[in-house]
Each structure stands twice: as structure tokens, then as C-alpha cells.
Design a protein around this ligand. Sequence first.
Ligand SMILES: N[C@@H](CCC[C@H](N)C(=O)O)C(=O)O
Length: 300
Amino acid sequence: MANTTAPFARMNGCGNEILVVDLRETSAQIRPEAARRLGEGAETHFDQIMAIHRPRTPGTDAYVRIVNRDGSDAQACGNGTRCVVQALSAETGQKRFTFETVAGLLLAEEHEDGSISVDMGRPRFSWDEIPLAEEFRDTRAIELQIGPIDAPVLHSPSVMSMGNPHAVFWVKEDVETFALDRFGPILENHPIFPERANISIARVTSPSSLTMRTWERGTGLTRACGSAACAAAVSAARTRRTGREVAVTQPGGTLSILWRDDDHVIMTGPAEWEWSGTLDPATGAFDRDTADSGEERVIG
Ligand SMILES: N[C@@H](CCC[C@H](N)C(=O)O)C(=O)O
């Protein structure tokens, strides 16, 4: 059977490296081995793949599957969702979208200034929804620490789900001074997280701002993580460290997070197209569009 090729765009959301792959014209799926091959590529290395499939539910614009660099599936990707919105808006001029993901429906909108808002849904706080391996009645701070028993480097994280699991460790020092590259994989794979977890270190800088870094589940250190920014902002409000509208600054940029009174979390930020090409979703083989390959495509 001839290999399938699909258009894709290399994009980023606040420096979170995203491949947006258009699989609407095929029934092919991104294979884990293809994801790992693309993730190891000098040009195609990515944090997440956002695979756009034909809609499965009436009233939605597409079904979007999220794949991490290690080939694992994820339930949410805020930065990647903004990239999908920008790509489809560039293709059709449509500004409002409803996407279906494994975690439910996401509503998104591109604004006149080019910024994009995504309704990331409601946060989940109960231990069995995050999930955790054992019951914790108060997930605003759980017993989990790393470092010397009598002087832990990180401890008492806030934990929650934005569709995907997050642990947020609060610090008073510059978030860049922590060896997250060392602590991240240990905590990501800690037995308390049966589905692993995204691990963030966050520092509150005012009643409406915080800075943070994230070690992402299935990917590693990234320059930004949208769902982690939502988790940190909600956790900061939940622990009365900030209000419900927070500017979250990560190494790749700043996102605006609003935890609305109806419990929905609205994330607003940029998306950036870098280059386009075609790829085989089964193998990860790709060709990059050249300057003379016709009008500058985004994905379609
Ligand atoms: N970078 C994404 C998060 C992607 C999924 C995460 N690594 C997980 O496995 O939960 C974002 O912007 O939210």
C-alpha cells in the first residue's frame, strides 16, 4: 500500500514546539514510532504533535489528537490548540472553533490582534480525577517532596487535572535556580502519579502574576506549557496566593489565564507558524516545502 503523506506545519506557542499535522483527508493515525522519529529530528523535533482529524461529533470542527515526544497520548495541550486555531483560521478565515479531544470539547477563538483564547474547560481537584494513587482529601498541598528528608528542595505541591495531570511546586527563589532537568523525570514517574504527571515549579511575583518552568510528561523540559500555566494559575488562586486572573510567564513567553466564575479556565496567548511540509504519519519521513512549492502554505 502506498505510504500516506499529510501536510503539516512546524509552529510554536510561546516557544512550546508543535507539529500541526492535517490528517483530515486520510484515516491514517500518527504512529508512536513516527512521533519518536520526528521528535529526534534536527528540524522536526517537537514537544507535541497536534493531529487534526475529521470531526467525529456534529457541531465540531475537528477531532484533535495530542501526541507527546515519547509517542504517548495526552489529554490536553493549550499551546498546541492555539497553533491549530491559527493554522485553520489562516486556511479558511474562520475565527471560532469547537474541537473534540479525548478529554472533551474545547472552544477557541482567534481575536483581531492575532491572540488566541482557548476555553480549557473545568479544573478537576479530586484525587481520583487527577489521578493520584491514593486518597488525598486536600489536593491544594499533598505530602510529596524531593531532596533531603530534613531539608527538601521541593515539597507540598498543589495537584490537579486540566484534563491532564499536573503538580505545581511553590518556591520563593528564581525558578531557573532549580535542577528541574534532574527532579522532573523522578517526579513525573513517581508512583503517586499512576498516569505520570507534568511537573512545574512556580513563583508568585504579585497578586496577578507568577513565573514558572515545566518538565512535561512524555516530553521533558519545554519553554512553555499551556495546560501547566492553567494549572499553576488555578492552584495559585485556590491557595489564595493570587486572584483568579493571572499573567503566567514561562521561558518562552507570557500567557493570560482567567479562572472564570463558571469554573472554566480561559487561556489567551500567541501562536507562530515557522515552516510547512509533508510527512508520512506511519514512519515520520518528511519533506520540507521549498520556496517554489507554491503559495506559502500553513497546512492545507
Ligand atoms: N505542552 C502542552 C501539554 C502537553 C501534554 C503534556 N505533556 C501531558 O502529557 O499532559 C500544553 O501546552 O498544555
